[in-house]
Design a protein around this ligand. Structure first.
Ligand SMILES: Nc1ncnc2c1ncn2[C@@H]1O[C@H](COP(=O)(O)OP(=O)(O)OP(=O)(O)O)[C@@H](O)[C@H]1O
Ligand SMILES: [Mg+2]
Length: 337
């Protein structure tokens, strides 16, 4: 199957007073209908900027965007604003970390969904309202015929995320980008929201891009995984492979920082030492080299390309593939036992 959405060599740079921020640097991603792509990486690795660029929401005066974003035969990088608006929301929808910022605070939630339906479809207000109530019910909002007239601030965080998902349900987008949709929520609500997203995928064959810090969410939901660092996609493979033979030292670091389920929750996670690099003054060679326990001379001199290590497994690292596979497998065996 050919991908529904394919990002090729995407660069997104922002000119600032301190210099050029290289937020996305040659990212390559793809996703098929009915599949979930998990995107992981530390804070500042370019996950949100990549997503916002797909939505056409990084077209600022100080930004430069190059590369291709092929969505069902349309190049979203060069698509004029007017056409972009008709893709956004209807064909590609996004759920943000904080749904307060994507719901207008001064309008009733029902009105916002009805508006969204009417913007894309020739349908009466009454019919759109009925469909909205149905969708609110479907995402588990109690007494939706009353809740439809609430303002966003009258709802809890979990309820607001449900409203965003209800909006996605009524518009039935081809792609749903969920940017940390559960970070602000407690564990039970988190599980319910993930369930809803999974249903959306199963029922409508929606392609899901799930952005998260949380490898637990990836383990539960993703079919494919992309690991981002300093604006680059540095490892890409299936979920199974990522959790059995991860091949990137950075990914190993992320995995060591997940708390083990069987151990009491540690006070601090054993996170990767050092800080993510400045995106204005990047290190030479591999951007991860200053933090990498396996650094070699070549890593300081040359940036590794994202290359196929095994069929379907792309890795950007200078370590020899068989060494990476050995270390990755050992690490996972230790982690599991
Ligand atoms: N409009 C902008 N102007 C300048 N720099 C920006 C702009 N938007 C984002 N950045 C920078 O781009 C980099 C990537 O940010 P991004 O929000 O994509 O990270 P992220 O991976 O989503 O992180 P997090 O996990 O914290 O959400 C950051 O250094 C950020 O400060
Ligand atoms: Mg983000």
């Amino acid at each position: 199957m050919s991908p529904l959405l394919e990002i090729r060599d995407l660069y997104v740079h922002f000119k600032t007073r301190d210099g050029v921020v290289r937020a996305v640097e040659g990212a390559r991603l793809s996703i098929e209908r009915g599949r979930t792509l998990g995107v992981v990486g530390e804070s500042g690795s370019g996950k949100s900027v990549t997503a916002l660029t797909v939505m056409g929401l990084t077209r600022f005066r100080n930004s430069t965007i190059t590369g291709e974003i092929d969505f069902d035969g349309i190049d979203l990088v060069t698509l004029p604003d007017k056409q972009m608006r008709s893709v956004r929301g209807r064909r590609i929808a996004m759920i943000f970390q904080d749904p307060l910022s994507s719901l207008h605070p001064l309008f009733k939630i029902g009105w916002q969904i009805v508006e969204a339906i009417q913007a894309h479809e020739d349908i009466s207000k009454e019919a759109a309202r009925a469909r909205t109530i149905e969708a609110l019910r479907e995402v588990g909002i109690p007494s939706p015929e009353k809740r439809i007239d609430s303002y966003p601030h009258e709802l809890s965080g979990g309820m607001r995320q449900r409203v965003m998902i209800a909006m996605a349900l009524v518009l039935k987008p081809d792609v749903l980008i969920a940017d940390e949709p559960t970070t602000a929520l407690d564990v039970t609500v988190q599980a319910q929201i993930l369930d809803l997203i999974r249903r959306l995928k199963d029922e409508y064959q929606t392609a899901i891009v799930m952005i998260t810090h949380d490898l637990g969410v990836i383990a539960e939901l993703a079919d494919e995984v992309a690991v981002m660092y300093a604006g680059r996609v540095m490892e890409r493979t299936s979920r199974e492979t990522l959790f059995t033979v991860p091949e990137l030292p950075y990914t190993w670091g992320l995995m060591r920082s997940i708390p083990r389920l069987d151990a009491p929750r540690p006070r601090r996670l054993d996170s990767i030492s050092g800080l993510p690099p400045s995106l204005i003054h990047l290190p030479s060679g591999c951007p991860f080299h200053p933090r990498c326990p396996y650094v070699m001379d070549i890593c300081v001199a040359t940036e590794p390309e994202l290359k196929e290590s095994q069929p379907g497994h792309l890795v950007a690292c200078h370590l020899a593939p068989k060494d990476r596979q050995q270390i990755g497998r050992d690490l996972q065996t230790r982690y599991r036992s």
